[in-house]
Design a protein around this ligand. Sequence first.
Ligand code: T46
Length: 138
Amino acid sequence: MDIKMIKFRLLSDGRGGLIAIEQLKDIPFEIKRVYYIFDVTEGAQRGFHAHKNLQQVMFCPNGSCKIRLDDGTEKAEVLLDSPDKGLLVKSNIWREMYDFTPGTVLMVLASDYYDEGDYIRDYAEFYRSLKDFNLEEM
Ligand code: T46
């Protein structure tokens, strides 16, 4: 699977760390929404869905978690364990988030406003939708 990691530039000095993120420069889309996941219950797993059109960049400004990606053909696991390590998740990718360490914040920059209609929350439906998507691409 083609996994796109984005390395943010560290502007740290003797006083501490600083990272600046700019749309269309560090992020390959206009950022329409920002949300973050925190206080995750020990052992909890989140996600278990795909998006029809949404693109997102995820990173952990604090702590770490794992992201399982599945494009219907291949699966991959990505560890987000550093504030300068971003993961681009394009549309039509099933994602699961797990192994959150205590105190982790998962930050997500999204290419669009919240729309429940963009979610595919059923794996069988996701798998079927890929066939339609691939036919459209041909
Ligand atoms: C994703 C992963 C990484 C809103 O009302 N507005 C929002 O912007 C979001 C993100 C969620 N919600 C509502 C929808 C649900 O009723 O908040 C509730 C929890 O959302 P969900 O169960 O989808 O949360 P996660 O952690 O499973 O998934 C989230 C994002 O929804 C999703 O787009 O890719 O984080």
